[in-house]
Write a protein that binds this ligand. Structure first.
Ligand SMILES: Cc1ncc(COP(=O)(O)O)c(C=O)c1O
Length: 342
């Protein structure tokens, strides 16, 4: 049993601190090297690296945590491996092999076991795999050298003191282009969403609801999460994109399976018009960090849609409790999603 770091786990926020090791593998001459753990948390590279000029960067986010019976696990890392593979291909980077991705996650979490928060603190070890173009490019083209890296850092519970509904605004900006890169996890999408995100926060909103960038008619997603809605009859409604501009959230896909296979709900996955969402009874945003953040209100120029700021709707509550129960080991993991590391 590794002795844990002397950290006040309960008061951690979502901030970076370096741990003992990161994982690194480099791509050169058409092949990935064998990869290694490193205590060095800095990267030195050429001023002409492709990353600096043409934004060849993709990343992932997942977390390792301790279950009630003391195992260190993470949730569906194979899905992060697959999504990063797709992200890399879309911006002409050599994809990192999926089995090696999962192996690297295991290695770096094991090496930092002392930093994995104990059960019951709500804190987790955030895992951030990313890939950057390190080779020189001056003309616009893909680089020929890359680095795959994983940093890990302990972070606090997303909700301290209970889950509370949040307020959103409908953004006047887009976070992605139609048939662009919105469906991959590339840093460039997040650069594009910073201005609307800062603007939303300055007006007191927790996040933006982005509409489809082609027609501004359909609901897409928020800056960092997919949407879920509930109809009056209890059906779960999950927006799909006409323009391939929604990131395929692993939490959302898991919640659809939970809804159908654990809770017996009917699920509709389809384009969802903005002008129909005032007919729904619940709205939530889903992603790795919060699992589900209930949405209490959505404001646009000409209307205010109220789901309720006081409490979490019953379907969102049940979905959240079931998925977090599966993650913590308190509910049977029918699909083998919980991946044991140590
Ligand atoms: C734009 C965006 N949508 C959705 C999600 C949720 O995805 P996941 O459930 O895989 O964390 C994220 C976070 O990763 C995101 O950045």
């Amino acid at each position: 049993m590794v002795e844990k770091k002397d950290i006040d786990w309960g008061s951690l926020s979502f901030a970076y601190q370096h741990t003992d090791y990161s994982y690194v593998s480099n791509y050169k001459d058409g092949a990935w090297d064998e990869g290694t753990l490193t205590p060095d948390h800095t990267i030195v590279m050429s001023e002409c690296a492709g990353l600096m000029h043409y934004c060849q960067e993709v990343f992932e986010g997942l977390k390792a945590y301790t279950t009630e019976d003391g195992r260190i696990v993470c949730f569906r890392p194979d899905q992060n491996a697959a999504r990063m593979y797709d992200s890399a291909k879309r911006i002409c980077m050599p994809p990192f092999p999926k089995d090696r991705f999962v192996d690297a996650v295991e290695q770096v979490v094991k090496a930092n076991e002392a930093w994995v928060p104990p059960f019951g603190t709500g804190a987790t070890l955030y895992i951030r795999p990313f890939m950057i173009a390190t080779g020189d490019v001056i003309g616009v083209k893909p680089a020929d050298e890359y680095q795959f890296r994983i940093l890990v850092t302990p972070v606090g519970a997303y909700y301290k003191g209970g889950v509370r509904p949040v307020k959103l605004q409908v953004s006047k900006f887009d976070r992605a282009a139609p048939h662009g890169t919105g469906n991959i996890k590339a840093g460039l999408n997040y650069a594009m969403s910073l201005y609307p995100s800062v603007e939303a926060h300055s007006k007191g909103y927790a996040d933006n609801m982005f509409l489809d960038p082609q027609t501004r008619t359909y609901v897409e997603e928020s800056g960092g999460a997919n949407f879920l809605f509930v109809k009056k009859d209890g059906t779960l409604v999950v927006p799909q994109s006409h323009t391939d501009s929604i990131l395929p959230s692993i939490t959302r896909r898991s919640l659809v399976d939970v809804a159908e296979n654990y809770l017996g709900l009917t699920v509709e996955q389809r384009p969802v018009r903005f002008d129909e969402i005032d007919q729904f009874t619940e709205c939530g945003m889903c992603g790795t960090a919060a699992v589900i953040s209930p949405v209490g209100e959505v404001d646009s120029d000409d209307k205010k849609i109220i789901y309720g700021m006081e409490e979490v709707g019953p379907v969102m509550k049940k979905l959240r409790e079931t998925l977090t129960g599966i993650q913590s080991g308190e509910i049977e993991d029918k699909f083998g999603w919980v991946h044991e590391i140590a």
